[in-house]
Design a protein around this ligand. Structure first.
Ligand code: ZN
Length: 454
């Protein structure tokens, strides 16, 4: 029917990760995101099942942002014959490359599912040849009745909500929504005329601590660790959290808020992505933009050592305390942080600082929950170091933030579909939207299809 759009929830239901939605409108089949499902592992086995739709019939793919749980299965899509267009913002296209190369490098060791073949250089090249970058707000006309544009989600550099206008009705896929105000990025764009909303719910049931205090907490954690003459290890996500952290440390160091000590930025991927960030100054918020225009290097300061090569990384252990080590991965499920954790977690003078979302089952989540011993790359490691969590730096809106995002468009909304959260979180948000705003909301299950009258 000409006025019906259909959405099928193929991923990102009952889970934060694995975003993959199919929109059918005006005889077009359009995917929104094609991410990896992640839990205990970088990629669950479920990722390598065949797609539940005919990949060759898909006309185009819209990518909200470059996090691996939104882009990680694009090479598989290509491998199975997708040759449609891929659309995203310009930074997302650029950042997705190192992210997918890195993911491919990790996954190619898996022989069971032929992942080296899926993540081959050839597939990645083909993927880039299909990929087109756009600016926020630029209109993309798909058919006479269907138009799309990207709106700033304020989540990571280049992150976007995808806004479809079909027969004059607005269908919005949020991707991940930023915890505005962010130290670096502009706030999430306010949208007031949405008809159908497909929204994330990572923190649907929880609020973050005040954002005003986050820099103070960071400062205090660094000072405490300095006084104990310990090593402060910070597992971080290579994308956005790392750059945000450098920006915050730059502020603290330049304003003499923390003592000078060696700070190691021990993540080759994050170092590469930081170089991309430097190219997109006009995507930052006013505060960051002003500092750059005044000649400040917002990701560089005295004491910072970027350790690209593994020989450089190995020397970190021999550098006397106090010191700070920033490394990936953000949930301690791999990467260089694993070696640092083995080395530093057993000592009560050290600190581990968790600043990002820790997925159920990951070593990061276990450490956060206070386990006495954690199993890291085949070894039981005693956790005696101080465990500190600062949630104010989360890249996601909290429960109140999500509610207020919906409230802004409450007058026109017909229905909200709550996805991309653990079930408890999604259900809590659904209930809150119904109770507080009187809005028709539900949390779809995997494979559900809904018809939207447009
Ligand atoms: Zn994200």
């Amino acid at each position: 029917m000409k006025n019906i759009a259909k959405v099928t929830f193929h991923g990102g239901t009952g889970s934060v990760t694995g975003a993959n939605f199919l929109l059918e409108a005006d005889d077009k089949k359009i995917l929104i995101d094609c991410g990896l499902t992640q839990g205990f592992k970088v990629a669950d086995d479920i990722n390598w099942d065949p797609f539940p739709y005919n990949v060759k019939e898909i006309d185009m793919l819209f990518v909200t942002h470059a996090h691996v749980d939104h882009v990680g299965r694009i090479p598989k899509l290509i491998h199975e014959g997708f040759r449609g267009k891929i659309y995203s913002t310009e930074p997302t296209k650029l950042i997705a490359q190192p992210i997918l190369e890195d993911t491919g490098f990790i996954l190619s060791k898996n022989k069971e599912f032929d992942l080296a073949e899926i993540f081959s250089e050839e597939n990645q090249k083909l993927m880039l040849s299909l990929w087109q970058g756009f600016k926020y707000g630029e209109k993309i006309k798909i058919t006479e009745n269907l138009e799309v544009s990207f709106r700033d989600a304020g989540h990571i550099l280049g992150s976007a909500m995808v806004e479809f206008i079909f027969n004059g009705k607005k269908i919005l896929f949020t991707g991940d929504l930023g915890n505005s105000p962010s130290p670096l990025l502009p706030d999430t764009e306010k949208i007031t005329d949405i008809d159908y909303l497909i929204m994330e719910s990572v923190y649907g049931d929880r609020n973050h601590e005040s954002r005003n205090d986050r820099r103070k907490f960071l400062e205090m954690t660094i000072e405490d660790n300095y006084k104990r003459k310990g090593t402060l290890i910070i597992p971080t996500f290579s994308l956005e959290r790392s750059q945000e952290l450098l920006f915050e440390l730059d502020e603290l160091v330049e304003n003499n808020r923390i003592p000078v000590m060696p700070i190691f930025f021990d993540s080759p991927l994050a170092i590469r992505i930081t170089e991309i960030f430097k190219k997109y100054k006009n995507y930052f918020n006013k505060d960051a933009e002003k500092k750059i225009s005044e000649g400040e290097h917002i990701f560089d300061f005295p004491g910072l050592h970027s350790t690209l090569r593994s020989e450089e990384s190995k020397i970190i252990n021999t550098v006397p305390n106090p010191k700070i080590v920033i490394a990936g991965s953000g949930m301690s499920a791999g990467g260089r942080i694993v070696h640092h954790e083995r080395h530093y977690l057993p000592d009560p003078n050290n600190t581990i600082l968790l600043m990002g979302y820790q997925s159920v089952g990951t070593p990061g989540r276990l450490i956060q929950e206070g386990v006495k011993t954690v199993h890291i790359s085949g070894e039981d490691v005693p956790v005696r170091a101080h465990v500190v969590t600062i949630s104010g730096y989360s890249g996601h809106k909290d429960s109140d933030g999500l509610i207020s995002f919906v409230e802004d468009t409450g007058e026109t909304l017909k229905k909200v579909f709550v996805v991309m959260g653990e079930p408890k979180s999604s259900m809590f948000l659904v209930q809150k939207l119904r109770d507080n705003l009187g809005i028709d909301a539900s949390a779809p299950e995997k494979g559900d299809t809904v018809s939207l009258v447009c």
